[in-house]
Design a protein around this ligand. Structure first.
Ligand SMILES: *[C@@H]1O[C@H](CO)[C@@H](O)[C@H](O)[C@H]1NC(C)=O
Ligand SMILES: *[C@@H]1O[C@H](CO)[C@@H](O)[C@H](O)[C@H]1NC(C)=O
Ligand SMILES: *[C@@H]1O[C@H](CO)[C@@H](O)[C@H](O)[C@H]1NC(C)=O
Ligand SMILES: *[C@@H]1O[C@H](CO)[C@@H](O)[C@H](O)[C@H]1NC(C)=O
Length: 468
């Protein structure tokens, strides 16, 4: 009898503990602590002023390196990450791709083992103003070309380096994905222009107090850089993997020709519309959930019903507070207002900037293999037209297997400052699809380690050998 009552008591106690625990976990789930464990908080975040008069400002989130190669942080590289669009927020990169914590479908954060801030400081900027948590008080604050966009970004970076003086000496890499195939060259080019001005003493009086922004290299993932060549790749790629038949191919190729004719007439607006129609037709003809990865059954970061799971998370009051975003801004993944403002920019090329940059700094182009839009063939198409004194040798260089832990991770080739990596089993968002491999790729490239013996020349090796 005594035994039985003990058991009853135990059951009651266990029940009570379970109840308390359930209630406690309920309370915590609703709090900031649970949404944002302390260790997930950024090192710093907030706003960088772009225009004092209008109040336009860019939102940023910075994470320091988790396990830097040296304790002397002044030598630890920094990576700037820019999302594409035009008008998509870098919080997609942060909370779904390469940041240290990712959001899952349950609206919780979990650790990303493939985070790009393992060895390097990682800076996400919502660019241009009007994107993500960045603020554009007037529509006119939103840029409509790469020049204004790069100039705003440069201003924001200067504000960042004034805020964080000790970071000014750190090697600096500009990286991004998709439409950032335009932003990354435009900003990099702008940085070099400013550095040249500074070195030649022009404007030296006014510029003394303003920090120089370093540039040590740039990387573009699944980028749109030279649309006139890239628009031609969609139809053949779709045809050769069986997504469309020959009639559909001919019809899509006619649309591509139309876009190209409009580019040649500098009818930028209609050229962009023509490309949009081409991609739309390809979507419909193929029936794919997204052109960004031919394997996917749903778009990236969406539930099965197609709604985004990043949006509800980033719009929680507690999340905005934790990352220092303006509470009054409603976060959307991609701003249609910014996209509209940038319409006339979309079909313009930044290939000439990449060509100029190749003379000065290392450039990495990488693509996930299953992207039908800005994938491998699309990049190869403009590389064939590259005008740079290493272009011939680059194109003649051997493509090598890239093995990580004796498993095929991709293909790689390089010559002097230019490296090209194809990542297997990945779509448009490489760090989302292949987190560890993407981390290995970036770390190998920056540290100058060879992905394949003597093949991928990263910045460290390039700076010693090829750059004159
Ligand atoms: C748990 O929460 C419920 C509802 O808020 C409440 O009725 C109950 O008393 C709580 N239990 C404990 C053990 O705190
Ligand atoms: C775009 O095309 C339409 C009709 O095809 C034409 O009326 C319009 O002027 C074009 N837009 C521009 C900016 O040239
Ligand atoms: C889509 O599904 C998610 C998860 O089941 C749910 O939270 C959301 O409310 C749904 N959205 C729509 C528009 O049905
Ligand atoms: C390769 O192996 C090392 C050591 O076991 C491990 O840390 C790393 O994550 C592996 N890389 C990949 C891409 O699996």
């Amino acid at each position: 009898m005594a035994r039985k009552s003990h058991i009853v008591l135990l059951v009651i106690i266990l029940h009570f503990i379970a109840l308390v625990r359930r209630n406690v976990s309920f309370d915590v789930a609703g709090s900031e602590e649970f949404l944002f464990p302390k260790e997930a908080l950024p090192t710093s975040s907030g706003y960088l002023t772009v225009n004092e008069n209008s109040g336009a400002r860019m939102f940023y989130v910075f994470y320091e390196a988790i396990s830097p190669a040296t304790e002397d942080l002044s030598k630890v590289p920094l990576i700037l990450w820019l999302q594409g669009g035009p008008g998509c927020s870098s919080m997609i990169g942060n909370f779904y791709e390469l940041g240290p914590w990712r959001v899952n479908e349950d609206q919780h954060l979990y650790k990303n083992d493939g985070a790009w801030n393992r060895l390097y400081g990682l800076l996400f900027v919502d660019n241009p103003v009007g994107t993500g948590f960045s603020i554009a008080p007037n529509e006119e604050d939103i840029p409509s070309d790469e020049e204004k966009l790069a100039s705003d970004l440069f201003t924001a970076l200067q504000a960042f380096f004034i805020k964080h003086k000790s970071y000014q000496s750190r090697p600096f890499y500009v990286m991004g994905e998709s439409y950032a195939g335009k932003y990354v060259p435009a900003l990099s080019y702008r940085i070099l222009q400013e550095l040249d001005k500074r070195n030649s003493g022009v404007n030296s009086m006014g510029m003394k107090s303003i920090p120089a922004v370093r540039l040590d290299g740039l990387a573009i993932g699944n980028g749109l850089t030279h649309p006139i060549a890239q628009v031609n790749s969609y139809a053949p790629v779709a045809y050769y993997i069986g997504l469309i038949d020959n009639n559909q191919r001919l019809s899509l190729e006619a649309k591509a020709e139309d876009a190209i004719a409009k580019i040649n007439q500098k009818d930028w607006y209609n050229a962009s519309i023509a490309r949009g129609e081409l991609l739309n037709s390809l979507s419909q003809a193929s029936g794919l959930a997204t052109l960004l990865d031919i394997r996917r059954k749903t778009d990236y970061y969406t539930y099965e019903n197609g709604s985004s799971f990043l949006e509800p998370f980033l719009n929680k009051h507690a999340v905005k507070k934790a990352i220092g975003a303006d509470i009054s801004v409603t976060w959307v993944d991609c701003s249609s207002l910014v996209d509209n403002r940038m319409q006339n920019d979309i079909m313009k090329s930044t290939k000439w900037m990449v060509e100029a940059l190749l003379h000065r700094v290392p450039v990495l182009l990488y693509q996930g293999q299953f992207d039908l839009q800005d994938g491998v063939a699309s990049t190869e198409a403009w590389l064939q037209e590259l005008e740079w004194n290493g272009a011939k040798e680059f194109l003649a260089s051997k493509r090598n297997l890239w093995l990580v832990n004796e498993t095929l991770a991709g293909y790689v080739r390089s010559y002097e400052t230019l490296a090209h990596v194809v990542v297997v089993d990945s779509g448009h968002l490489v760090p989302a699809d292949q987190s560890i491999i993407s981390q290995t790729m970036i770390e190998s490239w920056i540290s100058g380690l060879n992905l394949v013996k003597n093949v991928l020349l990263g910045p460290d090796v390039v700076s010693k050998q090829a750059l004159k």
